[in-house]
Structures are given as structure tokens and as C-alpha cells.
Unconditional design. Sequence first.
Length: 158
Amino acid sequence: MRGGTITNQRTTRKNVRTVLVFGTFDLLHAGHRSFLKQAKRLGKNLIVAVGRDSVVTKLKRRQPVQSERQRLRIVAALPYVKRTVLASKNPWHRFAFIKKLKPDIIALGYDQRHFTTNLRRELKAHGINCRVVRLKPYQPQHFKSSLLRKRLARKKKT
């Protein structure tokens, strides 16, 4: 991706594009679904790597509301998702994990910041040839997991 635009270049695998996304997908909501649908439009096969509970807790400094297995099942049930996998237990092994999945494109959410700063350069350094695309937000003022958790907490108090 150059200059923030998506190009229509052919891939080396007979133009079958595999798109990989990473995320927690806790309390799946319309923002998540929009993100996944945008990613699916980039290719034929959408692979979703669902974050491990231990990694999510360490990175976000809170436990997810739903377990990794629950989140995996919920995402797997979406019709536009080809495959779901649990992400690596060790984020430092992410490049070996990515190599196994062989994506043509890695799609990032508008607010994904962990491990994304130098992602293009790091992928290249690890011999991974894929594009990185940052997707657009969908009504972030309404659809964010943090907002949903706050609403749930308020409901529990009443």
C-alpha cells in the first residue's frame, strides 16, 4: 500500500488473496463486523486470529469479558469468515505465526496500535511479502468494546 490507497495488483498465488486480521473481538459488535467485512472485501479468504486471553490481559491491562474460546466460536460463525485461529500465545513469535498462514494482505483496524508501528518493515525483515492495509472506523463513538463494557457495568449496578 502506498499513499494510503489500495492497489489492484495481482498476487503470486493465482490472484487468490488471503487476508489476515488480528483482534480481541470481545463483545462482538457492529464495529467489529464492519472491520471484518471491510477486510473480506480485500480478498477471497478471510482468516481471523483471535487474541489469547493471556496476551489480551497483558496488553490491555484487563481481562476480556468473554473467553478466547467463546470469542473464537462467535467470530467463526460469521458467514464472511473463512477460518478462525487462536493467535500465538507469545506475541514475539508473531512472524512465524504469520508465515504459516501465508497472507497476501494483513488488515489492521483503525485503532490497532500494538505491534503495528513498524509492521511493514518488520514483515519484510522476516521475509514475509504481504501488503498492510489500515481499515476505516465504523461509528467509533458508538461501537467500541470499551463503551459496551461500561454499559454492561452500569446495568449490573442497577
